[in-house]
Design a protein around this ligand. Structure first.
Ligand code: SF4
Length: 715
């Protein structure tokens, strides 16, 4: 199964070391960077970024810790079937045949009683989901979901509402950009290696960097302009920038005339949103907001106002993202080189796309259980909104949902209010986790199917849009250390048992052959670089080629789709409530050393960063008599303590916010390195599963207040 670089030859360096090299794809976070794995005596011994890709050998710390994951025994080692109560942690070990027979048998019983629609599936999205969607279609269920309501759904829907296309259908052209604005996007800590490299390359060529955030992140430390805004006031900041661009006539007039619909409505909407008004809302001086708008106009159209990535934060986050796209539209950067050029698909460069596995089965005619597409008409049907699907489990409305398969997804740690979620899941007859690491969700499941790590599994071929679209594939670098299996082995194994013969592939090579049928590409074409580019040079569109997939064909300031759904496209600003006396607004974010909760128990990464700390503003800490490094308890709005954490007292966080890195506060006895370390922000969000942005679908995870007290004061 090993695939060597250069048509089976080793590079001279690897040959000298007696190692094979395997092109593959990292799986330590959802970015999926191209990598090269060096293999010695059947074991992965070194990983680096694919030198023939834009990574040019570089890798992040998490990517480099993949071998530690493979060797770690503190992960599910073989299939497990629950014997005690849910969440009790008592299991019996099972062979793969027994576990797959068990799951397939349960699914047969459930679908016989309630139909295929009674099965729910969620994953973390990404390029390999065609297989998951095909499995769900084979069952006859429309209920494929991913984790995105706790991540980027607001951005996706904002992109659709302005451009008619999704967020990934434009490219961030950092290397040719002259001014990059990052708002709620900590690009040098929430890392995508190629993107971080491109940003640094762009800055070396003179690109200005402006950061809008509630704290001074590492990214803000590199910025030319840093604006510390009051938590929840980003929309006021953006409206004021739009006000200046329109009122000073700084917008790109020929572009706007050609491509923007309803500028007048936008102008009326921001008429009173002056920088002076925004200063009162955000705390950022009016002069600084005006100066930023003018700087952007000077750099236009080579400007990127990044609309954000993880923006499941506030009740108005959809509108924050939407105004980011609107600013890009006013500056003429949507579609422009150095801005947000349109991503090309295979067909745009004269090539054929992959044959989809999902097309093995007809699309189910059933409505989605989460109401997306019929009850909530403005939202994308694709991955739906998983939090709303849980309501269907609890209520049976619109129909019973009785089985749930979580694939590499840990909703109990990724979303607020785990106890409320567990209560909703009581209606399930089957809860299955497919996972390579322990998680709260796996611990609560009826069956755990251990997934091989990305080093010891292969994946289906994926297609990636961009200036140079490409196909890429993950190859197995070594055999699994534990009794684990690849996703295709698990899902095709279930398909076989369920009589879904078209998806019951025996060999990954057969899947690859099926996918490549229309493309003219062969597996041998991946040998040279690990991926196959579908054109030789980046393809940018001419301005005359720009036509957007909206009803007007233009960038829409007023979206008819949102209007029809009863949601205003231009929402009046509502100031966020201030925290009650002595309290803070919870805020969370990323670090370059961990991928949310699933790397916190990694032996190497736990050593580098074993716990999180609570960022607390110096003046607020002084008021409360809290010293830097002091042990605190954090309490939710009901007064329930969520755990202990050290104070990090700093000027570099807004006084209203209490910030912590997400992913800590693990409690499972099987995770010796992560257990009892730090606090889980999602534990501080009671009722948070019900609170989501009605316009964009993202859960509003920063609409919760918390208090702190010295740990020693506990009774
Ligand atoms: S960003 Fe890091 S962890 Fe994520 S895929 Fe790339 S190398 Fe792996």
């Amino acid at each position: 199964m090993l695939n060597q670089i250069s048509n089976g030859r080793q590079t001279p360096e690897a040959a000298m070391a007696g190692r094979q090299q395997v092109y593959s794809v990292c799986g330590m976070c959802s970015v999926r960077c191209p990598i090269v794995v060096e293999v010695e005596d059947g074991k992965a011994v070194r990983i680096e970024g694919n030198p023939k890709s834009p990574l040019k050998g570089s890798l992040c710390a998490r990517g480099a810790a993949g071998i530690a994951l493979e060797m770690d025994t503190e992960r599910p080692q073989r299939p497990l079937i629950r014997v005690g109560e849910r969440g009790e942690g008592t299991w019996r070990e099972a062979s793969w045949d027994e576990a797959l027979d068990y799951v397939a048998g349960k699914l047969k019983d459930i679908t016989a009683a309630h139909g295929g629609r009674s099965v729910l599936f969620s994953d973390r999205g990404g390029p390999f989901v065609d297989l998951h969607q095909a499995f769900m279609r084979g069952l006859g269920s429309p209920n494929y979901c991913n984790h995105d309501s706790a991540c980027a759904r607001n951005v996706q829907h904002a992109a659709k509402s302005v451009m008619g296309i999704g967020r990934k259908e434009v490219v961030y052209d950092y290397r040719n950009c002259k001014h990059l604005v990052l708002q709620t996007r900590n690009i040098l800590e929430a890392i995508n290696v190629a993107e971080a490299n491109a940003v640094l390359d762009g800055m070396e060529k003179g690109c200005k960097l402006s950061v809008v955030d509630i704290r001074a992140t590492y990214t803000a430390g590199k910025a030319d302009n840093f604006y510390m805004v009051r938590p929840g006031s980003d929309l006021a900041f953006n409206l004021a920038v739009i006000h200046v661009l329109i009122n000073e006539g700084l917008y790109n007039k020929p572009y706007v005339e050609a491509h923007v619909q309803d500028l007048d409505a936008l102008a009326r909407h921001v008429a009173t949103c002056t920088p002076q008004w925004a200063e009162g809302e955000t705390g950022v001086p009016a002069a600084a907001i005006t100066a930023l708008a003018r700087q952007l106009a000077e750099a236009a159209p080579n400007v990127i106002w990044h609309p954000g990535w993880m923006v499941a934060r506030y009740d108005d986050s959809f509108h924050v993202c939407r105004t980011a796209y609107i600013i890009n539209a006013l500056l003429g950067s949507i579609g422009a080189k150095g801005g947000l050029p349109i991503a090309n698909k295979p067909g745009d460069v004269g090539r054929k796309g992959l044959k989809k596995l999902v097309d093995l089965y007809p699309a189910p005619e059933e409505k989605r259980a989460d109401g997306v597409g019929w009850r909530h008409t403005q939202f994308d049907g694709g991955p739906g909104l998983i939090n709303l699907a849980y309501d269907a489990i609890a209520t049976g409305d619109p129909y019973p949902v009785k089985a749930y398969i979580c694939y590499r997804h840990d909703p109990l740690m990724a979303m607020p209010d785990a106890e409320a979620m567990k209560r909703k899941w009581e209606g399930l007859d089957l809860l299955v986790s497919v996972t390579f690491s322990w998680s709260d969700t796996a611990w609560h499941s009826d069956v755990v199917l251990p997934l091989s790590t990305y080093l010891s599994r292969e994946s289906i071929i994926a297609s990636k849009g961009g200036l140079k679209p490409q196909f890429f594939v993950r190859k197995r670098a070594m055999q699994p250390t534990l009794d684990t299996k690849a996703d295709w082995e698990i899902l095709c194994g279930l398909a076989r048992r369920l009589g879904m013969d078209k998806l019951a592939f025996d060999r990954i090579e057969d899947i690859w052959e099926y996918q490549l049928q229309p493309t003219g590409v062969t597996m041998a074409d991946f040998d040279a670089k690990g991926f196959v580019e579908l054109c030789d040079a980046p393809r940018y569109r001419e301005d005359a080629e720009l036509k957007f997939a909206t009803s007007s064909g233009k960038l829409e300031m007023i979206s008819p789709k949102w209007t029809k759904a009863g949601e205003p496209s231009l929402r009046p600003y509502a100031a966020p409530p201030a925290p009650p006396q002595g309290m803070f607004r919870i805020a969370f974010g990323r670090t370059a050393l961990h991928t949310q909760g699933h790397t916190v128990n990694n032996p190497l990464l736990a050593e580098q960063m074993p716990t999180n700390v609570a960022w607390i503003n110096t003046a607020r800490a002084a008021e409360l008599g809290i010293a830097d490094g002091e042990l605190l308890e954090v309490l939710d709005a009901r007064g329930t303590a969520a755990g202990r954490i050290r104070a990090f007292v700093t000027d570099f966080v807004h006084p209203e916010a209490l910030f912590m890195v997400h992913g800590f506060g693990h409690r499972l006895p099987v995770e010796s390195r992560a257990r009892g370390k730090g606090v889980a922000d999602q534990d501080l969000m009671p009722g948070g599963l019900e609170r989501y942005d009605r316009a964009g679908g993202g859960i509003s995870m920063q609409e919760h207040f918390v208090a702190v007290r010295k740990a020693a004061a506990r009774a």
